[in-house]
Write a protein that binds this ligand. Sequence first.
Ligand SMILES: [Zn+2]
Length: 251
Amino acid sequence: MPNPIIQDILTLSHEIGREDRGLTMLGEGNTSGRASDETFFVKASGTCLGTLKEEDLVECRNAALLPLLERESMTDQEIEAALLAARVDPKAKKPSVEAIFHAYLLSLPGMKFVGHGHATAVNQILCSVRARDFAEHRMFPDEIVCCGVASVYVPYTDPGLKLAQVIRAQVEAYLRRYQRQPRMVLMQNHGIITLGGTWQAVLSGLLMAEKAAKIFVGAAVLGGPIFMNDENVDRIAGRPDEAYRQRALKL
Ligand SMILES: [Zn+2]
């Protein structure tokens, strides 16, 4: 019987790949989901999220990818060979080069799904001088509910192994600073990653971040966004009615 996680990843992929949402186009972006404690499914290289099919997902072994995070450097050929060797089924397609950061993020406690896109409004900001400002501040309560108290910010890094290593370092810094699991990673000049325990949480994070980005850009035109202060952000993050809403929305 096929793993039920496959259908959830396909649903998430089709939602992220919807053209009207502007989160990805063509072969952009990727998705993954935890299949077991040892393996996960990730989108194959060169496939399209909006039309993703079961055969476009590749099951990979954590034990083959996570140790790469400790390697000082690898050539492109070595990384390609490692990605192919990580497949459970040697006849499956080649995993996305971003499979290494998917493996890492899915290893965090409670995380079952990961989604990555090059969302238009979010990237307007990530390609600007205000990128870090957008990642580290919050403007309205629902942004906190869906996107967390802040996002992990990653300065521009070459995609592949280096990017996965910098994401890990920045997530570890976030855990020390905020003492809670991140919901969102924002990568300068690249795009957005959301993670969560359900596919709905991953999609809601992407959609809310895209909305927040439009609000940020609009507010910037009107003289600059007014951010919520730390006390108000903590208050929303800790409110029982917000926790109830999170559960109801499967966040
Ligand atoms: Zn990307």
